[in-house]
Design a protein around this ligand. Sequence first.
Ligand SMILES: C[S@@+](CC[C@H](N)C(=O)[O-])C[C@H]1O[C@@H](n2cnc3c(N)ncnc32)[C@H](O)[C@@H]1O
Length: 208
Amino acid sequence: MAAYDRKDAAWKRAKEEGYRSRAAYKLLELDELFGLLRPGQRVVDLGCWPGAWTQVAAGKVGRSGRVVGVDLVPTDDLGPSQVTLLTGDVCEPEVRSRVREALGGSADLVISDLAPKLSGIAAADEARHALLVELAIDAALAWLAPDGALLVKLFMDSEYEGLVRRLRGAFGAVRTRRPPSTRRGSSEIYAVARSPRPVAATPEAGPG
Ligand SMILES: C[S@@+](CC[C@H](N)C(=O)[O-])C[C@H]1O[C@@H](n2cnc3c(N)ncnc32)[C@H](O)[C@@H]1O
């Protein structure tokens, strides 16, 4: 992967505009492209630290909405009362139960920027990321309202085609897009999936 200047123009702009990271612009661009965020929505932000996507989502859903962010890393308080920040591993059923409880109803939107800590071994990192995407898909299917949507980060790697196939099997409509503010050299690409297909309910099914 190409080296990049972490403190580039987008980083400086994020600082000036009060966002916790430049990632804010990716969500703003994806929202503009896909019309994802609206006042009053319930949103789950998987892998929310340091909190830029949560900031954007909280601003868009407003006081009548709710944003539940969760990350392995504790996220510093963001202020708006519609935001709940949880710390934990989303692979743990107990953590997902806490997310669902904090949400207080079906989700309108699940956003996942989940990315594993890199080991440097490409095949292992790609497989670990693919597991997080699978988890985001299963969680979205369990939590979303019938007209809800999932926004999930993918990478153009050996797992990409399989994950898009999995998304197309789980949702009626899937589109992919690379936001313009994605840094050069990054293999990131985002998928927006709508019309979740119903899943058969079994006691141990799904990440609840
Ligand atoms: C690219 S960062 C997210 C940036 C965030 N969207 C923002 O706007 O500030 C990816 C996050 O995924 C989190 N993560 C990775 N695996 C996780 C897991 N199993 N459970 C919870 N969070 C996880 C990492 O700790 C990391 O903070």
